[in-house]
Design a protein around this ligand. Sequence first.
Ligand code: GMT
Length: 372
Amino acid sequence: MRIGITCYPSAGGSGVIATELGRSLAGRGHDIHFISYSRPFRLPREDDHIRFHKVKTVTYPLFKYPPYSLALAVRMAEVARREKLDLFHVHYAIPHATSALLANMILEPHRVGVVTTLHGTDITLVGSDESFFEITKLSIERSDAVTAVSDFLARETQEKLAVKHPIDVIPNFVDSQMFDTKVNPDLRAEIGIDDGPVLMHISNFRKVKNVKDVIQLFAAVQESTGAQLVLVGDGPERIPSRILAEELGVLDRILFLGNRVEVGQILPLADLLLLPSTVESFGLVALEAMACGIPVVGYDGGGLPEVVRHGTDGMLAPLGSVERMIEMTLELLQNPEKRKMMGSAARERALSEFATESITARYEAVYERVLR
Ligand code: GMT
């Protein structure tokens, strides 16, 4: 098949999944055309089966907000025509599903199939805001197939957007070779990790990730455990978290690494991953940690319990209870055997339930259905 993939090319989970799916599909002989404003973060280079088409927007004094969605629609139509695409697979509804709809209007009567994958905040935060509600709902309902990364997100979409369209739940996946248990001692030293236990948090540092809960938890366990905290990623909450860490007197035990590509090598350096989001439709980083044999501590909400089984692959506290998360973290840090058992169970689950090949095959089945 010839598939056009549109995603946010940044370090966020939806862009990562779109990119890895494109690479996996290319490995299975499909021709993949990424269409976005820049080359996806994890797409090193093009090859025989992978091409990247950049979307350019013009700036003009009249445009306070350059209309990217329109430039994207035009580029999608142009690539579809030239490369004879069978399908657009768009990741994150806003504005990608809408641009696909417009591209198909340009292409009439030679429209191509549209598969829209919902990732989370495109429904739970942004898409359900009244400024986008109607267009998100319309674009989802006009897609030929809609997938969501968890049962939770499928339910939210049906409830919050009153979408009647059937939704296939296809969970995210992880490459078990890129994410494995091997520890790179040189990287450990290079990052500045010492001998104590390592807590890790990886995110885009948005409000929904509750990075301040991570800092509070860390401040409560640091002295008794000698732990270090490694923070990977960047975003609006990075500075406020730093200020809180300074106020709580733990800043010198925290390593802020910023955005890093080699997450698969950094994760195995952790003893626990902390993911206390208010809502996480899936929590790709939790799955990546699990593939590295690292148990997860987070909140029991959204789609996270569909990935992390409480008491088996990690521990999930009631939403907002930093106190319970502190107790769970201490329990796991003080009990290496339990942590090891959970880590092994987590890796086994990641490999058996969320393998790249089997999930790619589920997307292929959706594509085939749409083309039929
Ligand atoms: O808001 C984010 O966290 C970024 C967003 C994205 O588009 O990258 O992440 C969402 O999609 C990921 C991939 O499917 C999921 O693993 C994340 O759980 C989801 N984020 C939220 O629901 C907050």
